[in-house]
Design a protein around this ligand. Structure first.
Ligand code: OAD
Length: 245
């Protein structure tokens, strides 16, 4: 893989770095992506599983599916890509991770600033009174879990289709994108909005856009540099490069 001289210059002068991630960064940890050949949305229908109406109509089915995903995610580990992003913190003034992933792997790897745009599968809350529940508490109930205080339905703290993104995380992400010198867009098909608007927002505000993906995406034509390859491998190369600047 070759890096352009412009990228080298940008890396040298950059202070504020944003890393915007999608399912592809967790693929090497064993978490399936959403789209593509083995994508979750090829096998399951988002309209049956990932929206509030479906949850109210097919509560047991939706919970069965989320418990299954919670178990998968509980048993995996952050990979080289997640750790390379943590290491970037040594070389730049600030590194903000904006993720569409709900798997908590950036935090588990040790990234300090993480904005989770689509929630976090390790959290749950009661739709009646808002009380929070851990996954351990959820697994204690065999059927769709109910709140121990108000008997309301508990739901996973993830953003479903048709729902708004968490306001604080979104506002902080927009600010980070606007102030970024360089933004790495890693392992996302960049088709789910509003999250997918952040790389172009950053670009309009002056950031250098570097895409890392195993194949070109909707975003590629707007990127200043496209690095084709697995997130873990490419990010390690980038960190090596930065270390030796
Ligand atoms: P997608 O499944 O749409 O895209 C995953 C991207 O990762 C694709 O562009 C792949 O080419 C790329 N990819 C796969 N393996 C890779 C690897 N090892 N290294 C680098 N890239 C790799 O996932 P997202 O873009 O994250 O939303 O999907 C966005 C949103 O759609 C998700 O957050 C989820 C989903 O519906 C909600 O649940 C609200």
């Amino acid at each position: 893989m070759t890096f352009s001289s412009t990228l080298l210059t940008k890396l040298k002068s950059s202070e504020r770095v944003v890393v915007f991630t999608g399912a592809g960064i967790s693929a090497e940890s064993g978490v399936p992506t959403f789209r593509g050949e083995d994508g979750i949305w090829i096998k399951f229908k988002p309209e049956e599983l990932a929206n509030f109406d479906a949850f109210m109509k097919n509560t047991e089915l939706v919970w069965e599916w989320y418990k299954h995903r919670k178990r998968i995610i509980q048993n995996i580990l952050p990979n080289a890509g997640h750790f390379a992003i943590v290491e970037m913190e040594t070389y730049f003034k600030s590194v903000s991770v904006i993720t569409q992933n709900i798997d908590n792997l950036h935090r588990r790897a040790g990234s300090k600033i993480v904005y989770e745009l689509h929630g976090n599968i390790e959290r749950n809350y009661c739709i009646g009174c808002g009380k929070n529940y851990s996954n351990e508490e959820i697994f204690l109930q065999e059927t769709a879990p109910r709140c121990t205080s108000c008997k309301g339905l508990i739901r996973p703290d993830v953003v479903w289709f048709g729902e708004n993104l968490p306001t604080d995380e979104w506002n902080a992400s927009v600010r980070a994108a606007e102030f970024a010198d360089i933004i790495f867009v890693v392992g996302t098909s960049a088709v789910v909005y509003p999250a997918a608007s952040l790389p172009t927002l950053a670009r309009r505000a002056g950031a250098f856009v570097v895409e890392i993906n195993i194949e070109p995406t909707e975003l590629s034509r707007y990127a200043d540099e496209v690095l084709i390859g697995k997130a873990g491998e490419v990010l390690l190369r980038v960190v090596e490069l930065v270390k030796n600047l």
